[in-house]
Write a protein that binds this ligand. Structure first.
Ligand code: MN3
Length: 205
């Protein structure tokens, strides 16, 4: 097996009341596991089986729908679990490299929050909202449809994702039904800014 479903870094219920345990259980154990299994089936016996997921995604448009959708689903969810924590929330530390990049790229934390919420809210149907880094160190917000992400050659805006929010209905429907804005607002209570900061430092290396 080329790719392995990563364990959740916390208990299913750890993000309650913001994200409920049953949703996390199905989302990780069924949806993410499904993308992982289907990705492995799609690349089995091909040269892709020996490649890093990031390198596969960079040429996503060339590999066909199964690799694009399931490779994206595998990568996106692995990032999503990492950037959340029961100890999350608040704001990034202003003195770190990442904190300084945030201050440079947005007019304060509320400006960032408004723009991120707008990206998550305006994505029609299923997709993701992202905070991404450019190699130059600046940050930008974007959204992608389906399981696409900003690493992909077919993305509208390309960059290195350091924070992602799943806005597929399967991510919030049990607890929030049609109230996507409430789910997006709740996400801010569990963002693991220390991890996002680490991902930023890695991205600009
Ligand atoms: Mn999902």
């Amino acid at each position: 097996m080329a790719f392995k479903l990563p364990d959740l870094p916390y208990d299913h219920k750890a993000l309650e009341p913001h994200i409920d345990g049953r949703t996390m259980e199905i989302h990780h154990g069924k949806h993410h596991a499904g993308y992982t299994n289907k990705l492995n089936a799609a690349i089995e016996g091909t040269p892709l089986a020996k490649m890093k997921i990031e390198d596969i995604l960079k040429k996503a448009s060339k590999h066909g729908a199964a690799v694009r959708n399931n490779g994206g689903g595998f990568y996106n969810h692995a990032l999503f679990w990492k950037v959340m924590s029961p100890d999350g929330g608040g704001e990034p530390k202003p003195t770190t490299k990442f904190g300084k990049a945030m201050a440079k790229s947005f007019k304060g934390f509320d400006d960032f929050k408004d723009k991120f919420k707008a990206a998550a809210g305006s994505r029609f149907g299923s997709g993701w909202a992202w905070l991404c880094a450019r190699k130059s160190g600046t940050l930008f917000i974007t959204s992608t449809p389906n399981q696409d992400n900003p690493l992909m050659d077919c993305a509208e805006k390309k960059g290195i994702p350091i924070l992602g929010l799943d806005v597929w209905e399967h991510a919030y429907y049990l607890n929030y039904q049609n109230r996507r804005p409430d789910y997006v607002e709740a996400f801010f209570n569990v963002i693991n800014w220390d991890e996002v900061s680490k991902l930023y430092n890695k991205a600009i290396k």
